[in-house]
Design a binder for this molecule. Structure first.
Ligand code: MN
Length: 265
């Protein structure tokens, strides 16, 4: 009979996905957290989740970064406009986290230069855009006229997977091939959005009002971001589960290279 460790050693021949998360002050002290929906989505797709806390300590972040085969930038608090060189407009802002902004912008830039697979979700899309030199709408309802698309539509219910608006995906882009379809409904829980697109990124998905809903990094091995929350949809929507599978498959190639390099040493 094989030992439990022998069984595990088979299991861990899988890519490690670094997952970022929030750090929030609570009445009993600061708390690092990430929603299980992200963790479950990565496990379901075949990856091993590794939480990367937003400490603001870049030496710690780099040590963890070196262990991963892909980076998932998750949803969360607003990005401080100072990160993209703009003053706070004075419109509605959620909390911001300097530790999280600092940690994630650096992680993204390491991933860009190493061509590590990256998936950005919601704040994660905005973070990737900002790390590439782009800017954001600080508050969509204040910055843009009301056009009938409610990007916070899933926020007002207890169902974070509530379909709120349609997205259209550019048929010729890699993301369309991953999703397996080019037009579908998504949930939406954001009040900020991509304004000026960052260097090396391309808009490949939009809402009916033109809001940027998906970005691609055409010069990268696997760099995609979405403004909605596929981690709340993968149990019921093939486009969402296909996205996580595509991401983990790309990370598996990185894992294979990392394994081969370790053997060669
Ligand atoms: Mn939206």
């Amino acid at each position: 009979m094989r030992s439990i460790e022998e069984n595990f050693s088979q299991e861990i021949k899988r890519p490690v996905i670094g997952i970022t998360g929030d750090v929030m002050e609570t009445s009993t002290g600061a708390r690092h957290s990430v929603r299980d929906s992200y963790v479950s989505a990565i496990i379901n797709a075949g990856g091993i989740p590794l939480f990367i806390p937003s400490t603001g300590d870049l030496e710690i972040a780099y040590a963890l970064y070196r262990m991963v085969d892909g980076l998932l930038f998750t949803g969360g608090v607003d990005i401080d406009p100072a990160v993209y060189g703009e003053p706070v407009a004075g419109t509605e802002m959620d909390d911001v986290s300097e530790a999280r902004d600092t940690t994630e912008v650096q992680l993204a830039r390491w991933a860009f230069s190493d061509d590590l697979p990256v998936l950005g979700i919601c704040r994660g899309q905005q973070l990737v855009n900002v790390a590439a030199g782009g800017t954001l709408y600080q508050d969509i309802p204040s910055d843009l006229p009301d056009n009938g698309v409610d990007h916070r539509g899933s926020t007002y219910t207890n169902d974070r997977g509530l379909y709120t608006h349609r997205v259209d995906i550019e048929p010729s882009c890699g993301l369309a091939g991953i999703f397996g379809e080019t037009e579908f409904l998504v949930n939406s829980l954001h009040h900020q959005g991509v304004k000026q697109v960052g260097e090396g990124l391309k808009v490949v998905g939009t809402a009916p009002d033109g809001m940027v809903e998906a970005l691609e990094g055409p010069g990268h091995r696997w760099l995609y971001t979405v403004q909605w929350h596929p981690e709340e949809l993968w149990r019921k929507q093939s486009a969402a589960s296909n996205l996580f599978k595509g991401f983990v498959e790309a990370a598996a190639q990185h894992f294979a290279q990392r394994e081969a390099a370790a053997v060669a040493v």
